[in-house]
Design a protein around this ligand. Structure first.
Ligand code: SF4
Ligand code: SF4
Length: 395
C-alpha cells in the first residue's frame, strides 16, 4: 500500500512551510516530502528501517497539516499510520524508549491507573528521576476532574421531542476534564438532545496514532459495543473524534451536533478568548475554526485567532513525552502567538492541546485560564459571571 500512496507525491514542496518540524529545523528529512521518500525507500527495501530513519518518523507529530496543504491529495495520514505500524513490528527501540512507551500505554487508556499515576507524578516531580522518566512527570497535568456527566442527561426543554445521542467521555478526558464532559452534556441537553454517557473505555486513538493497530482496533470495537443502540456518538475531543470517524463508528464532533441548534438565551460573557484549532479538528476532520461561529453567538465574547493556526502546538498524543524537546519548542511558540492576541483566556477543543498550551503559557509567565470552548457556551447558558469563569478555569 505504501508504494501506491507515495507515488501520488510530485515533490512540489507546498507542504513544507506548514510542517512544524520543517519550520523548526529546515531539514528535508524532517519534512513531509522527505519522510515520504524515506517511506518509499524503506518499503522497497532499498533503505533499512534503522534508528536514524525511525527517528525522522518519530519526529513527525501526525498533525496532518501536510494533508491540508497538499495540492496532489497525498494521503499522508494513511502513510504515517502504516509506517508507524511497520515500526512497531519491525524495529527494536532503545530500552528507555520501550519503557517510556510501555508506561504510557499501560496507564493512559485506563482511567483508574491514570488517576493513580497522576497522583504519583505530583510527588515524583520533586524527586530525582531518570532521563526517560522526566518528560512523563513534566507532561502530567496537575488538574483533576471536579465533576462528571450523569449517566443520562434529559433534554432541558420538556416540550421538545429530544434526539437521543451518546457522549464519548474518553480516558484522559474523563480523568482530567470531567467538567468538560459535564458541560457538554448540559449544552447538548439545552440544544434539544437527551444525552447518554454509558460506561466506556478508551477509543483507541492514542494507540492508532502510535502504530499499535491491533490494540486500537480492540479498543474501538469495545467502544462500539458500549454505544450499541445509539446511532450517534458525540465527541468533544478532536483526536478521538477523527479516530472514530476513520473507524466508521457513528461519531460526530460536538460542533457538528450543535451546528444550527436552537439554544435558549445566551447571557453575556465580556471576555476576549484566543481560540486555537486543534490539528485533528482542522486537518483530520476538516472542520477549521468550527467553534468560532458558536462562540460568537455569546454576547460580549470576542474571539481572536492567534497567528499560525495551522501549526501544531506540540501535544500530538504522546509526542510531548517521546519528543519532549521539540514539543516544548512548539508549545512555547504557540504560547507566544496566543499572548500576542492579548486574551483573557485560551480555548481549544482537545485535551492534549489544553494541557500542552497551558503548561507553555505557565513557562512564559502568563498562566492564562485554559478552557474547552463548550465550557464558555455552558457558562453563558447558565449566566455564570465572566470573573467566575476565569477564576475557576484550569491554568
Ligand atoms: S503530519 Fe505534521 S509533522 Fe508530520 S510530516 Fe505532516 S505536517 Fe509534518
Ligand atoms: S506531499 Fe503533496 S505538497 Fe508535499 S511535496 Fe508531495 S505532492 Fe507536494
Amino acid at each position: 500500500m505504501i508504494g501506491e500512496l507515495t507515488r501520488a507525491c510530485v515533490h512540489c514542496g507546498f507542504c513544507l512551510p506548514t510542517c512544524p518540524t520543517y519550520v523548526l529545523w529546515s531539514e528535508e528529512m524532517d519534512s513531509p516530502r522527505g519522510r515520504i521518500q524515506l517511506m518509499e525507500k524503506t518499503a522497497q527495501g532499498t533503505l533499512p528501517l534503522n534508528a536514524t530513519v525511525v527517528e525522522h518518523f518519530d519526529r513527525c507529530l501526525g498533525c496532518l497539516a501536510c494533508v491540508t496543504s497538499c495540492p496532489s491529495g497525498v494521503r499522508y495520514d494513511l502513510l504515517i499510520e502504516e509506517t508507524r505500524t511497520r515500526i512497531e513490528h519491525g524495529h527494536s527501540r532503545s530500552r528507555a524508549g520501550r519503557l517510556q512507551r510501555r508506561l504510557l500505554f499501560e496507564t493512559l487508556p485506563y482511567p483508574r491507573r491514570l488517576r493513580f499515576a497522576l497522583r504519583l507524578a505530583r510527588v515524583g516531580r520533586g524527586l530525582p528521576s531518570t532521563a526517560w522518566m522526566r518528560p512523563l512527570l513534566e507532561a502530567a497535568p496537575g488538574w483533576r476532574s471536579r465533576e462528571q456527566p450523569a449517566a443520562v442527561t434529559p433534554c432541558a426543554d420538556p416540550t421538545r421531542a429530544p434526539r437521543r445521542v451518546g457522549l464519548l467521555t474518553g480516558c484522559v478526558q474523563s480523568v482530567v476534564f470531567g467538567e468538560v464532559n459535564a458541560a457538554t452534556a448540559r449544552v447538548l441537553a439545552s440544544a434539544g438532545y437527551e444525552v447518554v454517557a454509558p460506561p466506556q473505555g478508551c477509543c483507541g486513538a492514542l494507540s492508532a496514532h502510535a502504530g499499535r493497530a491491533a490494540e486500537a482496533t480492540r479498543f474501538a470495537e469495545r467502544l462500539g459495543r458500549s454505544f450499541a443502540g445509539l446511532d450517534t456518538i458525540v465527541v468533544n475531543a478532536a483526536g478521538c473524534g477523527s479516530h472514530l470517524k476513520e473507524r466508521e463508528l457513528p461519531a460526530v464532533d460536538l460542533t457538528e451536533a450543535l451546528h444550527g441548534a436552537e439554544l435558549p438565551t445566551l447571557h453575556p460573557l465580556e471576555l476576549t478568548v484566543a481560540y486555537q484549532d486543534s490539528c485533528h479538528l482542522r486537518h483530520a476532520q476538516k472542520l477549521p475554526a468550527a467553534w468560532k461561529p458558536l462562540l460568537e453567538r455569546i454576547p460580549g465574547l470576542r474571539v481572536v485567532e492567534p497567528a499560525e493556526q495551522d501549526l501544531c502546538c506540540g501535544s500530538a498524543g504522546i509526542y510531548n513525552v517521546v519528543q519532549a524537546d521539540a514539543a516544548r519548542d512548539l508549545g512555547d511558540r504557540k504560547a507566544a502567538r496566543i499572548q500576542e492576541t492579548g486574551p483573557d483566556a485560551y480555548a481549544s477543543a482537545n485535551p492534549g492541546c489544553l494541557v500542552q498550551v497551558a503548561q507553555a503559557l505557565g513557562r512564559a509567565g502568563s498562566p492564562l485560564p485554559s478552557l474547552h470552548p463548550v465550557e464558555l457556551l455552558d457558562a453563558s447558558l447558565r449566566a455564570v459571571a465572566a470573573e467566575r469563569v476565569l477564576s475557576q478555569a484550569r491554568r
